[in-house]
Design a binder for this molecule. Structure first.
Ligand SMILES: [Zn+2]
Ligand SMILES: [Zn+2]
Length: 193
């Protein structure tokens, strides 16, 4: 039996720039389908130009998250911003996404997910699937999950798109149990779904 949304936890997905609207819809659908949480696309925000680092010519992910966290909570318990700009955190050259453990706002960047590989651009469906995987991983952090040692789990850390493509759209049993305790996913007689 397919479970409905759990315990009223709501996740808002915020497109930050026109070019991220489709990805935001796809992410919201994956949050509903894989985490069994009610999810909705919220009003768009502009590109986060305030976070541009003039030396690196990249955008400071922490700065964007702080801005998202400072906004009114509205109806959503957690929010995921989707941007097309290139994000960094000080210790990494770039990041696909960012979230603070147990925080309210996460961020996904499409910038590196659609880069050409061996001269070819990846098909749009693959880019969207990667964005969904990054979003679910970052949401996992918002629900206080840390990185997982299981390479087949969405919470396994990966720094490149090949690693993302190799990851299934699944949380491992341990991470599913952890999420279920936080109201994501539902238990059934057959175990967790
Ligand atoms: Zn992570
Ligand atoms: Zn796991």
């Amino acid at each position: 039996m397919r479970p409905g949304p759990a315990r009223g936890i709501r996740v808002g997905v915020i497109p930050m720039g026109e070019e991220t609207r489709l990805a935001a819809k796809v992410i919201a659908a994956h949050v509903e389908g894989f985490m069994h949480l009610e999810s909705m696309v919220l009003d768009p925000l502009p590109r986060p130009d305030f976070a541009l680092d003039p030396q690196r010519l990249q955008y400071d992910a922490g700065c964007v998250i702080e801005d998202l966290e400072s906004r009114p909570r509205g109806r959503c318990d957690k929010v995921v911003g989707v941007t097309a700009v290139d994000l960094f955190v000080p210790v990494f050259s770039h990041v696909f996404g960012e979230a603070r453990l147990g925080g309210r706002a996460a961020l996904v960047s499409l910038h590196r997910l659609g880069e050409a590989e061996e001269g070819r651009r990846p098909p749009p469906a693959r880019v969207l699937e990667r964005a969904a995987k990054v979003a679910l991983h970052e949401l996992g952090h918002l629900f206080s999950l840390t990185h997982c040692s299981d390479p087949g789990c969405l919470m396994h850390f990966t720094g490149d798109v090949a690693g993302l493509d190799a990851t299934a759209l699944l949380f491992c049993r341990y991470c599913r149990e952890f999420l279920a305790a936080d109201g994501c996913g539902q238990r059934s007689e057959a175990g967790l779904v």
